[in-house]
Design a protein around this ligand. Structure first.
Ligand SMILES: *Cc1c(COP(=O)(O)O)cnc(C)c1O
Length: 450
């Protein structure tokens, strides 16, 4: 059997790490192709001005968001999460790996983001708002300078009700797009893969969203959604694999994080590196956040993607340079994981190609480890997240243990590592029904006691 005209043996000869990936071993790969931001940011085809435009759009919508989602009142309609230190979890990681872990471990708590409880509340909601703004302006319902709270009106809902929004999702993107679209008045359809959790489907249906279920994985759900939307001029398909709007919505996180780090007294510069560990599914969310971070912190920020060992699609795509031309299934990897937001077999070609010279590394985590960290984070830090959101936890250990010459190549001395901040991007979980969370915790505690 050939994979892109080559035998498996010849793939493995050229790319030896593939064997470990096929064997589902937890693996790390630090990217020798990384280049300075001054060179590589141009690969993306988007600029700081594009991120500023997205940020300004979110600011325009803040009065509307505050009005229709009262849980955002305290933040003035800004959808944002806090950062927090995790000293006890850091100590536990050090003990279990018999390592000193210099630097400090922090969490970006996107699991607590209002409205949809995951990182998708950034890009997903942003793209729906952008679409609504375009339509409302074209219809003359909205003018520059208006208070966008006026979109909470029968006239606006009547306008948006003539249009459809569709998306394919493993769950969380569907929640964000569905809830936001339905709130504005759009007819929303979410095409859900088999691994999506029942409660996410139930919640969407309760919001009046049409949920179409597929027996197969994420790629099929997306393809079906795209195809149905293509035949309907009034339907906007949110393209998780290729959308620059989604990507820019995620990228806005960086300027907010910059302010939070400064407020916490955390410096980020060449002498004080920042490592950010981002759970990766198709790549849009971590890619967009990493792009924003690189624009602000340049080479002082080191972005590393984390994937389940059963779904290492971005690692495989960037490592082989084949991007979306290969899937994990092509190599016999099953893409079956409890980390539903990360159960993606084929990466975004757009993100892989745009970001391949800006990402320091990639690693995989077993489901057992995700559950162990899930229980540890709850026990030690009182943090409750869904399995996907824990993928960033071992990142600090991977960096400090690596023997691929990465730190040396990046000029990261022990003195740098002693001053480093390691930020785990916690991507989802606060909307989990209590019973789901308890079941996850029970499985995690079993791992801890094993
Ligand atoms: C979607 C998601 C991710 C990853 O985002 P991608 O854009 O698919 O790479 C990570 N964690 C959670 C909880 C998610 O829902």
């Amino acid at each position: 059997m050939l994979i892109l005209d080559k035998t498996l043996e010849s793939w493995c000869a050229g790319y030896p790490l593939i064997r470990a990936l096929i064997a589902l071993q937890e693996s790390s790969w630090f990217n020798p192709g990384i280049a300075p931001c001054a060179e590589a940011l141009a690969d993306v085809g988007l600029t700081a001005a594009d991120v500023a435009d997205a940020s300004a759009r979110l600011a325009r919508f803040a009065p509307y968001i505050m009005r229709v989602f009262p849980q955002t009142q305290a933040s003035g309609g800004v959808i944002e999460s806090a950062i927090q230190a995790m000293p006890k979890l850091q100590a536990a990681l050090a003990a279990e790996n018999r390592l000193e872990l210099p630097g400090s471990l922090w969490l970006k708590a996107d699991n607590e983001l209002p409205i949809s409880g995951s990182i998708k509340a950034r890009g997903g909601i942003y793209e729906v708002l952008k679409h609504a703004e375009d339509l409302a302006m074209a219809a003359g319902l909205l003018q520059a300078g208006d208070n966008y709270a006026l979109l909470d009106s029968d006239a606006a809902r009547a306008l948006f009700g003539q249009y459809k929004v569709a998306v394919g999702s493993t769950g969380n993107l569907g929640l964000s797009i569905g809830i936001m679209s339905a709130q504005l008045g759009f007819q929303a359809t979410v095409h859900m893969s088999a691994d999506a959790r029942q409660w996410k489907k139930d919640k969407l249906r309760a919001h009046g969203v049409t949920v179409i279920e597929y027996a197969s994985d994420y790629s099929v759900a997306v393809a079906q959604g795209r195809q149905q939307a293509a035949s309907d001029a009034n339907c906007h398909f949110v393209d998780d694999e290729n959308s620059t709007h989604l990507f820019l919505g995620y990228a806005v996180a960086a300027e907010r994080l910059q302010r939070q780090l400064a407020a916490a007294g955390i410096r980020v510069d060449a002498e004080h590196p920042l490592f950010v560990y981002l759970p990766c599914g198709v790549g849009g969310a971590p890619g967009g956040v990493a792009f924003g971070l690189k624009l602000i912190f340049g080479d002082a920020v080191h972005c590393i993607f984390a994937e389940p060992s059963h779904s290492p699609c971005m690692l495989l795509g960037v490592y082989t340079g084949m991007h979306d031309a290969v899937s994990v299934q092509d190599f016999g990897i099953d893409n079956v994981t409890a980390a539903d937001g990360l159960a993606v077999g084929r990466p975004s070609g757009f993100v892989g190609k745009a970001m391949q010279r800006l990402l320091d590394g990639f690693y995989t985590v077993s489901d057992d480890a995700l559950f162990r960290y899930l229980a540890l984070a709850e026990q030690l830090e009182g943090i409750r997240m869904e399995p996907s959101a824990l993928a960033g936890v071992p990142g600090m250990v991977r960096v400090l243990q690596e023997t691929q010459g990465y730190r040396k190549r990046a000029g990261l001395t022990p003195a740098h590592m002693a001053r480093a901040t390691h930020l785990v991007w916690g991507t989802g979980g606060s909307m989990l029904p209590a019973a789901e969370m308890e079941a996850y915790l029970a499985r995690g505690r079993q791992q801890l006691n094993a």
